[in-house]
Design a protein around this ligand. Structure first.
Ligand SMILES: [Zn+2]
Length: 525
């Protein structure tokens, strides 16, 4: 059947369909390649964050601009980048539908989830030819009515495309996998690395298995095993023990030609859902026993690390003292209670308060505070400002702190990452940004506060560099994250220090009233 107007079938939000008149053969060349739909709703939802994630929080990177989307994906290092690279390598014809994502925040509203899911399902139904579906999902999405939004989406997709069509799902390392998902997808793959530097590799892996399934060369079966534990985010660095040997083992197993994919996900502790916690997923070529045996063995390896994952971190006051006394520079203080990538407010002031109180010098910190940006922009470059900064989003992240300083510079707030860093992204935007040189600064050791209009995870040094701040010249750098910032900051840090700050992403689970997790869980009980 001629596929002249496939673009027109894509759910669309008012973008003129300029490309609809071109035939797909002109756009894609080979008519014969298997057609694979690409879709996703990506969200990491923190149950204890009162701010719900609504439809307007989601950007849809694909709809209405499919060709541009594929080209951009080629430049980045995301899962979809891997789908694109894999499709080229293994001869698949990708058709992006809705590929939506929102920054981590509270649970997704039913309205947002149902609307986006319906767009995906409608798009799939309208495709004249469909040989498989690749779903890029985060794996820790909580929806008002569904503890696992990911499971519900995959269930609906399966219902739509029928029992036989290959459906392959990729998840983030922080996925809270509900084992029931294996009833609805043929293959589930999660990132192996945290910081996430392998999404593209996983995307290629998914595309390869997809091509193998379509051609009938492989028949994947999978087993999912979850140890009864919470794996605290503090210990979820996959380049160091205790996780490194387990991740190494997952890679080693993939050398076995009968094994198609082995995933060890760390889980996301801020989701109060039954499936919260780590998972092992082993996908074999039609060998259920092998999948089950190896998944159980790796799950036992996770369980055996219990003694190595007990929490012992300094609080804000101790951490600032330690950073000031250190002869290593820069000291990167990781504000774990305000882990933006994990869904927090980005305006926590516990460390700012200590830096000012202890008269630290040469520090830099980013705080999302729209009002402060407005004040600084209205004052103008070189002008003195005195304003209350941060602690305004909720009552979990400290109180507003009085800051006196001078507006050093003002910026648009867009920056580009050229290296492979956490998540593999390339283009970032933290909104209008003012750099305030806070009192107590010297020429050699300026105290720099960046106020921004949007929250932006500190996954890239360019968040600072693009605003004229040289990270290596600062003595103390505060980053609001957990493990993710390590990919960017470890190469330049003298010392990286996790801080047990309060907040919506506090690493101490005793701070949260869990109700829905399965119990008992090691690390929580
Ligand atoms: Zn993650």
């Amino acid at each position: 059947m001629p596929r002249r107007t496939w673009v027109a079938f894509v759910p669309n939000f008012g973008t003129p369909l300029l490309v609809a008149l071109l035939c797909s053969a002109c756009l894609y060349g080979q008519e014969q390649r298997p057609v694979v739909g690409v879709a996703g709703i990506s969200h990491e939802s923190a149950s204890f964050n009162p701010a719900k994630t609504r439809l307007e929080d989601f950007g849809d990177r694909a709809s209405g601009r499919e060709l541009e989307f594929l080209k951009e994906a080629e430049l980045a290092n995301t899962t979809v980048s891997g789908y694109v690279a894999g499709a080229k390598q293994y001869g698949l014809d990708l058709r992006p539908l809705v590929v939506a994502g929102a920054s981590p925040k509270g649970p997704v509203t039913d309205d947002a989830f149902n609307t986006l899911a319906e767009r995906i399902l409608t798009g799939l139904k309208k495709m004249p030819k469909l040989d498989g579906v690749l779903l890029a999902l985060h794996g820790a999405m909580v929806v008002e009515s569904y503890p696992s939004g990911d499971l519900e989406l995959v269930r609906r997709v399966r219902q739509t495309v029928g029992a036989k069509l290959p459906v392959i799902v990729t998840h983030d390392f922080h996925a809270n996998v509900d084992p029931e998902i294996s009833n609805y997808c043929d293959v589930l793959i999660t990132y192996k690395e945290n910081p996430h530097i392998d999404p593209k590799e996983r995307g290629v892996q998914a595309a390869k298995i997809m091509a193998g399934m379509i051609s009938g060369k492989v028949k994947p079966v999978q087993a999912i095993v979850k140890p009864p534990m919470m794996y605290n985010i503090v210990f979820q660095h996959t380049r160091t023990p205790p996780l490194k040997p387990i991740v190494d083992e997952s890679r080693r197993l993939e050398q076995n030609p009968k094994i198609l994919a082995v995933s060890v996900s760390g889980g996301y502790q801020y989701a109060d859902v039954p499936q919260m916690g780590p998972s092992v997923i082993v996908v074999t070529d039609n060998d259920k026993d092998l999948a089950q045996t190896e998944a159980k063995r790796l799950s036992d390896m996770l369980w055996a690390t219990r003694d190595q994952i007990r929490l012992n971190l300094p609080d804000a006051a101790q951490a600032v003292r330690q950073a000031m006394a250190s002869d290593k520079a820069p000291v990167v203080l990781i504000d774990m209670g305000d882990n933006i990538g994990g869904g927090s407010s980005g305006d926590s002031t516990f460390l700012l308060e200590e830096l000012l109180k202890q008269k630290a010098q040469g520090w830099v910190m980013v705080i999302a505070d729209r009002e402060a940006v407005k004040t600084a922009f209205e004052a103008g470059i070189g002008k003195t400002v005195e304003m209350n900064v941060g602690g305004k989003t909720d009552n979990l992240h400290g109180r507003p702190v009085l800051v006196r300083g001078r507006v050093k510079s003002m910026h648009e707030g867009k920056y580009t990452e050229t290296e492979i860093r956490h998540g593999g992204g390339r283009y970032y935007n933290m909104g209008h940004t003012a750099v305030i040189e806070v009192e107590g600064s010297t020429r050699e050791l300026p105290n720099l506060l960046l106020v921004t209009t949007a929250r932006s995870s500190p996954n890239s040094l360019h968040q600072l560099i693009s605003n004229g701040v040289y990270p290596t010249r600062q003595k103390i750098i505060v980053v609001k994250g957990a493990i993710a910032p390590r990919a960017a900051y470890e190469p330049i840090a003298g010392l990286m220090l996790g801080v047990d700050t309060p907040g919506v992403t506090a690493v101490n689970p005793a701070r949260f009233p869990y109700k829905h997790v399965r119990r008992p869980l090691f690390g929580l009980d």
